[in-house]
Design a protein around this ligand. Structure first.
Ligand code: NOJ
Length: 743
């Protein structure tokens, strides 16, 4: 123990001298490195899964072969393994315990795609902070999140894990999660390290099939896929995870341009990069390395510091160094980055799980925040006036396979969620139902893929006795997430038929969707009088559903992703290019296609013959129980220079009869630039809460530097010229003005 005294003292001091932090961290790291053997160093680049034979794990720790362990969620096991690392391993360096904490730890929050619908940076940040409190309580100090892959293909199961299609929204929200996880200081024992993943382009998997090849050209990487990652670097994210995909022929984990030239040299990232699961070894099936030894060399030299689970570094680096194929400098740099993170997290002076007198897990405040976020994440897509349910509703029929699906409503990556702690809609409605209101619950389909219609007759009979029918439909947890992509995005099983049966009774039908992605829901929307989209809402889904349906909360969510009319429209997203043949007013109806006429009679626009080119529902769209009106758009800065901000004011009035929240969205667009540009791009938004009748002026600020893009010569920057500014309540329509950027 004595030999570590200096290190501990240095580390202890660090906690009290934040300003000297960088130098202090480096001093501590150098001190540790000076007494590490090559084997110790290689061990620090190795991460294992703890869900295995623990005797073997202990043995590896004793040999100094384990730097990080994921997937152990028992504080006493964590502490006992840590004790072995600290007291028995050759270097005494503590282990970094990690977990996929993607949307909540024990208290499961809505899936990230759902959270994005809230457009509420502050609330997402506090919910993420609560997640860190829950996770650090049992010793997890590193979360593999936020996932910030821009996704424009709802077939891709992992669309659930990110913040949708827009780089600006995803950047802001990813930063909120980083701040929530990491707090003001990583060394705070309530903080855990975040991990920006998956770097990069993973969301562009061809055909929406997970792990598939991507072809994202450099220009689109910079314009669309990189921004959230860069924003996280600026926000101080502690780590990055490389992605599984090969982009333009190069697997990300072995891509030196990506992991070193862009991430470190250009953006100045000083943290640590971990591979994705086995993705160092993944270079072999990708076909760019003949064995793990070659893969280890390629990936370490590319800038991937820690090997998650492929054992390529552990088993090959020593030989590679001995043979002179990998330099000691490269190994040392990677080890430094790993150790820096451990030091910054305060692991050296406090390696063990913090002691708490009172658990925050499922505490009132944590659940309350989760519930609020779930309410704000829910998007009201249609309302003929039936919602919120009023006092005239005396009998309610609740049905559908998601009405009481505690497991499924938690969604993908709810590893530590507990269905016993999850409140389902039917439970919440039962618990809260106003006196004098009767609930009829009919379990008409056991689960979303259930193909049996046996109960539909009884369902219709019961429905006729009700004043309103509430159907909870959607997808099982198993339908989205990693390696869970779909080609058909319609409701599965007999769910649509169930909705038809309900609608045929003539009773008002409210359809609530719980799903991991935008589904194809055009006909279900037609059948329904009101539609609420709750994504996979997590632990508090039931309570939030009750609050929203009965008007205890007012929906305010906005779509973070475009809803297609059918799968054939995919990829479809709002910030597309103009094209030379822009589609206008095209219906897309095969019945209107004439027979045996010259091709040109149909015109020449970028559209389809059989479906409109427009989406079913646009990005940014979402209704409320009240209405809002925007007026008086003023651009305070009609002419700006490169270092300025465009400052915009708009009046927002709540024109309805109850309090509500609107998300005011500002988009910019250009008619002419050195490259083709999106028609419009979100550049600012603000959530505003207004009482009935209240009017407020909202100020939006767009720093000119945020108008930068990858110019024709591939340099990053702005270009002078005229800009169109649209301020509205979705990506469609809005008030229009202009400003000019002068150089
Ligand atoms: C593979 C997934 O792609 C990644 O997101 C996750 O963090 C790792 N497995 C660890 O479980």
């Amino acid at each position: 123990m004595k030999k570590y005294l200096i290190t501990f003292l240095l580390a202890f001091c660090l906690a009290f001298i934040p300003s000297a932090a960088h130098q202090e961290v480096d001093n501590i790291v150098e001190e540790i490195m000076s007494r590490m053997s090559l084997d110790d160093k290689i061990g620090q680049l190795h991460q294992i899964d703890g869900r295995t034979d623990l005797t073997k794990v202990c043995d590896m720790i004793r040999k100094g072969q384990v730097s990080s362990i994921m997937n152990i969620v028992d504080a006493s096991v964590i502490d006992s393994l840590q004790r072995i690392a600290v007291e028995e391993s050759p270097s005494g360096i503590p282990i970094l315990f990690a977990r996929d904490i993607v949307h909540g730890f024990k208290t499961i929050l809505p899936i990230p795609l759902g959270q994005a619908a809230s457009f509420d940076d502050a609330l997402i940040c506090s919910a993420a902070r609560n997640t860190a409190l829950e996770a650090t309580e049992i010793g997890i100090k590193w979360a593999f999140a936020p996932m910030m892959d821009i996704a424009r293909d709802p077939r891709w199961g992992r669309i659930a894990e990110g913040f949708g299609e827009d780089p600006y929204l995803a950047s802001r929200l990813a930063v909120s999660v980083v701040k929530g996880y990491q707090g003001d200081s990583l060394s705070d024992e309530l903080s855990m390290a975040a991990c920006a993943k998956h770097f990069a382009g993973y969301g562009a998997a061809e055909g929406g099939r997970d792990y598939n090849t991507t072809y994202v050209p450099v220009r689109s990487l910079y314009d669309t896929y990189f921004p959230p990652f860069k924003a996280c670097v600026e926000a101080g994210v502690a780590s990055f995870m490389s992605s599984f995909n090969d982009n333009d022929g190069v697997p990300a984990t072995g891509n030196r341009w990506l992991l070193t030239e862009v991430l470190r040299d250009e953006w100045g990232f000083t943290g640590m990069v971990v591979s994705d699961w086995g993705s160092v070894g993944g270079l072999i099936p990708h076909g760019v390395a003949k064995d793990k030894k070659e893969a280890a060399k390629i990936c370490l030299e590319a800038g991937c510091d820690m090997d998650m689970m492929s054992y390529s570094y552990l088993n090959n680096l020593k030989e590679l160094i001995a043979e002179g194929d990998v330099s000691m400098y490269v190994v040392d740099e990677a080890v430094r980055r790993v150790l820096r993170l451990k030091v910054r997290l305060g692991l050296l002076e406090k390696p063990y799980t913090r002691k708490t007198s009172e658990s925050v897990i499922y505490s009132e405040n944590v659940l309350e925040t989760a519930c609020r976020l779930t309410e704000e994440s829910s998007v009201l897509l249609k309302n003929d006036g039936i919602l919120p349910l009023g006092e005239d509703i005396k009998t309610v029929l609740v049905t559908g396979p998601m009405a009481d699906a505690a497991y499924d409503q938690m969604g993908t990556w709810a590893l530590d969620g507990d269905k016993a702690h999850t409140l389902t809609p039917v439970e919440a409605i039962r618990k809260n139902l106003p006196s004098g209101v009767k609930l009829i619950y009919v379990n008409s389909l056991d689960y979303p893929r259930d193909k049996s219609t046996d109960d539909f007759k009884a369902l219709k009979k019961a429905a006729r006795k009700a004043d309103v029918l509430i159907a909870f439909v959607g997808e099982e947890q198993m339908m989205s997430g990693e390696a869970h992509s779909l080609s058909d995005l319609h409701l599965q099983g007999q769910q649509s038929e169930m909705l038809e049966a309900l609608a045929s009774t003539g009773k008002p039908l409210v359809t609530v969707f719980m799903a991991g992605r935008p589904l194809v829901i055009a006909s279900e929307m037609e059948l329904s009088d009101a539609v609420l989209y709750m994504w996979h809402p997590g632990t508090m889904g039931g309570q939030a559903a009750y609050n929203l349906l009965w008007g205890k909360a007012n929906p305010s969510g906005k779509l973070p992703v475009t809803f297609p009319r059918n799968e054939g429209q995919i990829p479809i997203y709002y910030n597309h290019k103009h094209t030379s043949h822009i589609a206008k007013g095209t219906e897309g109806n095969l019945d209107n296609v004439p027979r045996e006429m010259p091709q040109s009679v149909m015109g020449h626009t970028s559209s389809y013959l059989d479906v409109a080119p427009t989406p079913l529902l646009p990005f940014g769209f979402g209704l409320s129980y009240t209405t809002f009106e925007l007026s008086n758009l003023r651009v305070e800065t009609p002419e700006v220079r490169a270092s300025d901000s465009v400052v915009v004011y708009v009046d927002v009035k709540n024109t309805g009869d109850r309090q509500g929240c609107e998300v005011v969205q500002a988009y910019t667009g250009r008619k002419s630039a050195s490259t083709t540009r999106p028609m419009k791009e979100l550049k600012a938004y603000e959530r505003v809460s207004l009482e009935a009748g209240e009017c407020r002026t909202v100020r939006l600020e767009i720093p000119v530097e945020s108008l930068a893009f990858c110019r024709k010569d591939l340099s990053w920057g702005t270009e002078p010229g005229n800009y169109v500014l649209t301020v509205g309540t979705s990506s469609e329509g809005g008030l229009v003005s202009y400003f000019k950027l002068n150089y």
